[in-house]
Design a protein around this ligand. Sequence first.
Ligand SMILES: [Zn+2]
Length: 287
Amino acid sequence: MNNLLRTLVYDGQVSLTVAETTELVKDGIRFHGLSNLSAYVFGKALSAMTYMSACLKGETGEISLSVKSDGACGEIAVSGNQKLYLRGYIGETCAQGEPNAQSEQDCFGRNGSLTVIRDDGYSRPFVGSCALPNQGGVDAAFEEYYRISEQLPTRLRTIVEFDEQGKCVFAGVIAAQPLPFADRETLDKTWALPLEELLSEFRKTGLAAGVEARFGKDGQVWETRKATYRCNCSREYLKGVLVTLGEEQMRQIIRDDGAVRVHCHYCNTDYEFTDADADVMFPKKKS
Ligand SMILES: [Zn+2]
């Protein structure tokens, strides 16, 4: 089912994106076995990146985010592509504490940087970064990135909610980005939008019905898509990487360690390659 909606509101002056990211955040939590607090921070970053991925233009576009900070969660990396396949990892998978604004900031960090590499598939990738603001958590960091690095002031809110048993029951993102020609009145209205309240409302009504009831339906731009958690690693892909090691080195590692072991940080999958794989990867030349 499609879980992301993009449209224009306020007479086509503001781009609005809403996404329900519950399933993809739950997949991320499951892949990495995250504690609630780690899941909270990671889920927010995944949701915000879902929005960023939906903004990619080219057909082969990709975007990657990395946060390096003094926070308890360590490094956070999330990538997405034009197909809205999201994946990522978080350094500390077992951060302890209740998920709230304070603990989010402690985990996410107060000193550090957020770097984005965006490849729209056309020419050279765009690299932008900003210093982390020392309050406002994940959402504020993304807003800061848009303001400083893209010079496109954007409002963004993410929600990740758990039930009493600690199970993620809802995740989502809402972002409003005024287009360059937006007038003063529209900008004021956009900055005043109660984004979290709207997202909670759309959660009950469904995204499309909720947005239409609040803002009307734009005749030109009304796009729904599906975002999922999906890693692009595979045995075949990794074999392609290992071939570049060369046969000698690969056989040596297998002799020393029993196998070539590769771990994918994004989906927490272990791969093992043995002599049988090497035989296929490096076929004997006929003499
Ligand atoms: Zn993977």
